[in-house]
Design a protein. Structure first.
Length: 173
């Protein structure tokens, strides 16, 4: 199974496009990761509290969306941001705890360690403006420890004080 994690930012939606693309590098990394997913059915994992994530997934996958999650699928798209409290100008303003929280998520994504993601503190995530934290927990609970054969992060930045990642995992079936 191939797993891709992309941000839930509405900035990825065509309606938010502009002449100058402030997230060109992010958009490029997302497009490459989506192209890496299998051509067949791709399941989607989002946080229930994140309607933006569902819109982003639908846009990125087009006619491959709307299918229920099945662990035997060949592809899984996880749509989730990190915290939105990384700077004074962030949507949630600066919260010193955001950096450590995001570092934990980053470590789990980079290492392909579902156990780290499954242990994400959802309540703390809510305090740090990370409504997508349940999606990271869901990813951690969906993928069994030891099945990730490779993991990589294609994009890791916090424009606008919001942490975004584009990550890929290759898992054994």
């Amino acid at each position: 199974m191939r797993v891709v994690c992309v941000p839930s930012t509405p900035a990825l939606l065509p309606a938010y496009a502009s002449r100058e693309d402030p997230i060109a590098a992010l958009r490029e990394a997302v497009a490459a990761a989506i192209a890496w997913l299998p051509a067949g059915q791709v399941s989607v994992l989002t946080a229930d509290a994140s309607p933006a994530a569902k819109r982003v997934a639908a846009t990125l996958l087009g006619d491959r969306t709307g299918l229920p999650y099945d662990p035997d699928d060949r592809g899984l798209l996880v749509v989730a941001n990190g915290t939105a409290t990384r700077t004074e100008k962030a949507p949630g303003h600066l919260d010193e705890r955001a950096e450590e929280f995001d570092a934990g998520l980053r470590a789990g994504l980079a290492a392909g360690d579902p156990g780290v993601l499954a242990g994400t503190d959802v309540a703390l995530g809510a305090e740090l403006w990370c409504p997508d934290a349940p999606a990271f927990v869901g990813l951690g609970r969906t993928v069994v420890d030891g099945t990730v054969t490779s993991a990589r992060i294609d994009y890791d930045d916090d424009p606008y004080g919001v942490q975004y990642w584009v990550a890929r995992w290759q898992c054994r079936s």
